[in-house]
Design a binder for this molecule. Structure first.
Ligand code: ADE
Length: 253
């Protein structure tokens, strides 16, 4: 059976997912707790990525090498960069790029040295399933919320996501980041701290990968406000609803 990993950036998000796991067993490895079990008829491993690109790469390598996972789904939150990408929306990644990678003049800015490219793609098939799941999950979760945070008509976007070892929390930084990326031909919808690293390890191992991020902030001066309330009341129920839909679609294939 093809083992699927679901990697979460946040503990609150993982709690809901863990509740769905049957016959869960726990294993600690490389400083991480891996939960193995069944999600319906599919074998699943749940783990927290920890924060930042190196931590996420280490988690991904362990999932592939030690747990033998054959596909990876990532859930988390991100700052919105693109026009119309609002707090409460969901971004399904098509590609990832490291916005803090710069080996110029040896390589073009953002290019991953010796890979001949800046962007790494997500798996087409898994991403198409995730897009379907995100639309279905958002409709389901949206109508059941009782939270203080008003999210009007959340929508699903899909495209490029930029990752870097920096929490972007200043409008000026976000504007510069977006302008620099655009000058090099990259139009990023959102910014976060892990996805591109997971994408690179998956690319190295030929493991299909898909990722979704709920937009928690606009990467500006308000980016830190009510972060934990948002995670508990919005991002975690979204992640659960979307992953449930995704797993349903996956087991029907
Ligand atoms: N994750 C959520 N919001 C973020 C931001 N503004 N910058 C980086 N990672 C994030």
């Amino acid at each position: 059976m093809t083992k699927t990993a679901i990697v979460s950036a946040l503990l609150d998000e993982q709690r809901g997912l863990l509740g769905q796991l049957q016959n869960a067993t726990k294993q600690v490895r490389a400083g991480r707790t891996f939960w193995s079990g069944l999600w319906g008829d599919l074998e699943v491993v749940l783990v927290l990525s920890k924060v930042g690109k190196v931590a996420a790469a280490s988690t991904t390598a362990t999932l592939i090498e030690a747990f033998g996972v054959k596909r990876i789904l990532f859930t988390g939150v991100a700052g919105g960069l693109g026009d119309g990408v609002r707090v409460g929306d969901v971004v399904v990644a098509q590609e990832f790029l490291q916005h803090d990678l710069n080996s110029s003049p040896m390589f073009a800015r953002y290019e991953i040295p010796l890979y001949g490219r800046a962007r790494l793609p997500c798996d087409d098939t898994l991403t198409a399933l995730l897009l379907k799941a995100a639309n279905a999950g958002l409709t389901r979760a949206g109508s059941h919320f009782h939270h203080d945070i008003l999210i009007a008509d959340p929508c699903v976007h899909t495209g490029l996501v930029a990752s870097g070892d920096q929490f972007v929390s200043c409008a000026e930084d976000a504007t510069r980041l977006r302008a620099d990326l655009q000058a090099a031909g990259h139009d990023a919808l959102a910014v976060e701290m892990e996805g591109a690293a997971v994408a690179q390890v998956c690319f190295d191992h030929g493991v299909p990968f898909a990722a979704m991020r709920t937009i928690s902030d606009r990467a500006d001066d308000k980016a830190h406000i009510d972060f934990s309330a948002f995670i508990q009341q919005v991002a975690s129920p979204y992640a659960l609803a979307i992953v449930q839909e995704f797993m349903k679609l996956l087991s029907k294939r």
